[in-house]
Design a protein. Structure first.
Length: 448
């Protein structure tokens, strides 16, 4: 089953659940169409009733920043490929559940305002070309009385995130400073360009708030971006609880990170404020061809801490360093990772760690699948896989041959790494050439 098929099935299930939660008597409004949808998209959204669907029947770019303050589905009409400049979803005194799917846009943002309403924002299978503003954002306001919950579901989106003038923005970001969040960010393809101190996927809390993020099977690549995926807690004021950010970062591919501002790396775990806590499991990711692969850093002098672990990953071909884990993080462990051709390493290697060639299919072309010579095949730990993580970045079964591979891709070659476990990649290649030569000699002898 392909990755696109699985993402589509997941998306359909989300839309079905969203539809079931809305009014059974919901209507479909077409824009442009009859009143209230005969002038602007904003007036069309304002005229809709909670639970309605707004169907966009135009291929002409809609040059509006549209505010949505009620539960709606926004999607294309059949046969159209609409593009909206910006969509801003706001929850204040009432709960708002909005699905935006299969359209083009420059930015999609959800925000909690004062009043206690809860926000659910589903951003599904869109094409977003962003600059200055983040492609997808969920955050909260700072006004007193802001206390609703925030839920982000971002799946199957294709995003190009560029810098804008002197500022940058992350492609997908969930922020919790007045309230926490629950973010599910799965199956997005992100191109990040010229983003100083910014990058692909960011989950961040501060001011003592907490959040949960599931960041799974995304691709982040580009030119001159500082970070691929980041889970960060800024903590709180001195003497106050710092909150907890819980993150599962699994099955992602990050390559090409080469920024050097702030705390840059392909994957970043950071607890850098008073009493900040991050609990993160970074599992079966491939991070390659950047400046720094994985950075795990905490201000332990301020009472900050990081727990969890780094398992089953491939971190390779980084110009500055591969894996960097601060000392003094007793609750953060590592094992069954492969680090190769990085300029340096700064961590105490856990069990099952390998320092051998992952033998990617085609690095220059961005193909980080495993060849039969890869020493990452069948070298991970099944026991460390997250519950429910059953497919790789391609949508193929996650475990083949009985033992999970390292990295984001599972090879269909189930015996290459386990049949002759004492040989490295070069030795296996030499053996293959020897066997080939012997075969040719045998054939010549038979001809004689």
């Amino acid at each position: 089953m392909s990755r696109n098929t699985l993402v589509g099935m997941f998306t359909c299930a989300l839309v079905f659940l969203a539809a079931g939660a809305m009014d059974a008597g919901a209507a479909t409004l077409t824009y442009p169409g009859a009143a209230p949808c005969n002038t602007t998209l904003q007036l069309c959204a304002d005229g809709a009733v909670a639970g309605d669907t707004v169907s966009l029947a135009t291929n002409t770019p809609i040059a509006e920043f549209v505010t949505i303050d009620r539960s709606l589905i926004v999607q294309p009409a059949a046969g159209f490929t609409p593009h909206v400049q910006g969509l801003f979803v706001l929850a204040t005194t009432t709960n708002v559940d909005v699905t935006i799917q299969r359209i083009g846009a420059n930015s999609i943002e959800g925000r909690i305002g004062f009043g206690g309403g809860n926000l659910t924002l589903r951003v599904l299978n869109n094409t977003i070309d962003a600059a200055q503003r983040s492609a997808i954002t969920v955050q909260d306001g700072s006004a007193a009385g802001t206390y609703g919950t925030k839920t982000l579901i971002a799946t199957g989106n294709t995003i190009t995130q560029n810098s804008g003038f002197s500022s940058c923005a992350d492609a997908i970001i969930a922020v919790g400073t007045s309230t926490g969040f629950d973010a599910t960010i799965v199956g997005n393809n992100i191109t990040a360009n010229n983003l100083s101190q910014c990058g692909g996927v960011v989950a961040v809390v501060g001011a003592g708030q907490s959040g949960t993020a599931r960041i799974e099977r995304n691709i982040v690549h580009g030119v001159d971006f500082d970070l691929g995926i980041e889970a960060r807690n800024f903590g709180n004021n001195v003497g106050q609880p710092g909150g907890l950010l819980t993150a599962t970062i699994v099955g992602n591919l990050v390559y090409g990170q080469n920024g050097n501002t702030g705390a840059p790396a392909g994957i970043v775990l950071s607890a850098d404020g008073n009493n900040a806590s991050v609990d993160a499991r970074v599992i079966n990711n491939t991070v390659a061809d950047g400046r720094l692969g994985v950075l795990v850093s905490a201000r332990t002098d301020l009472g900050a801490n990081i727990t969890g672990g780094l398992f089953n990953n491939i971190v390779a071909f980084h110009s500055q360093g591969g894996i960097s884990i601060d000392t003094g993080l007793g609750g953060f462990t590592n094992g069954f990772n492969l680090a190769f051709a990085n300029n340096s390493e700064f961590f105490t290697a856990g069990p099952g760690t390998r320092f051998s060639d992952p033998a990617f299919v085609n690095r220059p072309a961005g193909n980080y699948r495993l060849t039969p010579l890869s020493e990452a095949i069948n070298q991970g730990s099944n026991a460390l896989l997250p519950i429910g993580y059953t497919v790789d970045l391609d949508g193929a079964p996650r475990v083949q041959g009985g033992v999970v591979d390292m990295g984001a891709y599972e090879s269909t070659i189930v015996a290459a790494a386990s049949a002759i476990p004492t040989l490295d990649g070069k030795a296996l290649l030499a053996l293959s050439l020897l066997l080939l030569a012997l075969g040719m000699t045998a054939r010549r002898s038979m001809r004689r």
